[in-house]
Design a protein around this ligand. Sequence first.
Ligand code: BES
Ligand code: ZN
Length: 614
Amino acid sequence: MAPIDPHSFTDSSHPLTTHVSLSLYLDFNTSTIHASALLTLSSSFSGNLSLDSRSISIKSILHPQTLAPLPYSVSSSPDPIKGSEVVVVLAGQSRVLILYSTSPSASALQWLSPLQTFSKTHPYVYTQCQAIHARSIFPCQDTPAARIRYDVVMNIPSPLSAVMSARHVRRRLPVLEEAKHLDVLSSVVWCAEDRVVEEFAMEQPIPPYLFAFAVGELGFREVGPRTRVYAESAAGEVLDSAALEFAGTEEMIRQGEKLFGDYEWERFDLLVLPPSFPYGGMENPRMVFLTPTVIKGDATGAQVVAHELAHSWTGNLITNINNEHFWLNEGFTTYAERRIVEVVQGADIATLNMGIGWRGLNDEMERFKDNLEFTKLKNKQEGVDPDDVYSQVPYEKGFQFVLRIERQVGRTAFDEFLKKYIATFKFKSIDTDTFLDFLKANIPGIEKEINLQLWTEGVGIPEDAYEPVSAIYTKIISLAEVFKQGKMPSEDEVAEWKGQEWELYLENLPKSCEPSQVVALDKRYRLAESKDYEVKVSFLKLAISSKCKGYHGEVEKTLKSVGRMLYLRTLFTALAQTGGTEEKQLAKQIFAEARETYHPIAQGVVESILSKYI
Ligand code: BES
Ligand code: ZN
C-alpha cells in the first residue's frame, strides 16, 4: 500500500481505471452537474479502492449490473490540496457505478452567467482540469499515471451546444431510459422539451487532466482540413479575427509531423474562451483551449498554438507520471514549440522567444531563492499545491536541458533520438529516470558529456546553460541597459518592434526605475494602453514597482477585464509585494470586486498571493 502520486489517493496496489462512462446533466440554474460515472478497472479487485474527489456529493455507489449498493466512505475532512478520499469496497468486480452531483464551487468548472458572456443572453460553462481538478467533475484516480478512455452523454439546454476534447458522436434528443441511473433527477427533467443530448467518445487513453468540455452558444469557422476555430457565435468578430490569426495552423501541424512523427489525434480544433480563461492555452487533445488575449494580429498567437500543438507529442502522447516530473511535459514542449516556430516564423523569432524565456528563468531564481526545491527540474511535491508553485522553471530550465542535449549530439542525431523517444513511449506516462535511462541507452556516453544529475536534480541554472544570442536579442538587451542612464530607445530603433520585442525590452529593465523616466517612456510609446496584454502587463508591473502612482486606474481595468493567471499573478504580486499601503489596499479592493469573475483556480492563486504579502 503506497501512494503513486503525491497529489492523489490512488494506491500502488490497486488496479488503475482504464475507462470512464459519464452521464452529465448540466443545471445552469444551480451551477451543478447531476451525474453518473461508470468506472472500469484494468482487472477485478477485492478490497478498499481509493478514489479522488473534491467537493463532490455522492448519492450512492452501485454494482453496475445488479445495482446493489456497494459500501463506501468519504473522508470527513478534505485534504486542502488533494480533496476528499472516496473508499469503495469491492468484492471481485472490475466496475463501479457512482451517482453524484458536483458543487457550484467545483475547482475545474467556471460557470458564467449570461451577463458574463459576449452574447449576454445565454450562460456558458467550461473546464480546466490540469493539474488536479478533474476530481471535482467526477470521482476518479486523478493521476496521470492512470490513462483512461472515456465516453460522455451530456444533457444540456437546447439553445446551447457542447464541445469536448473528444470525438463528437452525435447530437440528439434525450431518451427516458438513460435517466434511470440518475436518481437525483426525474426522467421528466432529463427529457424536458428544452433539453438536448450531446455524445462524445475519447478512444485514445489520456491522463484525467486532459478531460475537457465547454458548453455555450458556440459557432465556428473552418481554418484547415483538420482545424476549426470555435468561439461564442455572438462573438463574430472574435471568430473572424481568430480564423485569420490561426490560418497557418495546418502548416504547423505538418511541420510538427515532420519533426516528431504522425499527428495521432485526428482533429486539431481550437476553442477561444471568454476572457476569464486562466491560461494562455491548454493542450486539451483534439481541441486546444485558448485565451482570447492571444488574438492580436502578430506572431504570439501562433506561438501559443505552436506550444499547445507541440503537446500533441510531448505531454499528451508521452505524459509526466505525476507533477514532480512536469518538466517532461513542459520542457520538451517548449523545445518542440520553438522548433516549430523556427520553421514557420524564422530563427529570429524563435531566438527572441528563447530570450524572453531566459529572462523569465533568471527571474524565477529570484522568486524561489528561499525555496530552492522549485528551481529543480525534478522536485518533491508532497504537501505542495501545483497551482502555487507553477513557474517558468519546468518550461525554461527544461527547455535548456533539452537544448543542451541537442547541442551535444547535433541536430540530426537529436531529431532522430526525439522521434524514437516519442515512438517508444507514446500513450505512456513516464518519470524522469525512465527518460534518462532511455537517453543513456540511445546516446551512449552522454552522461560523461553532460552532468545529467545536476541538470535534473540540482538547484539553479547550470553553467552550461545557453544564453540565446542573435543580433536583435543583443540590441534589445543593450538598449535596456542604457535606460538606466536615462536613455530611451529612439523611434527609429523601435520602428520594427512588435509585442515580443517590447516584452523582451521591458523585462530586461531594472525591476524598479526612476518614476519620471517610466512615465516618459509611456508618454512616448503608449505602453500602458497597449492592446497587447503581454506588453501592457510588463509595463504596468514596472510602473507599480517604480512607484508611479498614475497607473492604478489602468491596473484595475486590466485586472477586471482578463482572468489569465499569468497577468493576475504578475500584477497582484507587484501590488502586494512591492507596493506600499495604498497599493496593498488597492490589491485587496480589486480582488474583492473581481473575484467572482475569475475561474476558481485563479481565485485560489490570487488568494494565496495576497495572504503571503498582506
Ligand atoms: N499545460 C499548460 C497549461 C497548464 C499548466 C495548466 C499547468 C494547468 C497547470 C499549457 O500548455 C501552457 O503551458 N500554457 C502556456 C502557454 C505558453 C507557454 C505558450 C500559458 O498558459 O501561458
Ligand atoms: Zn505547455
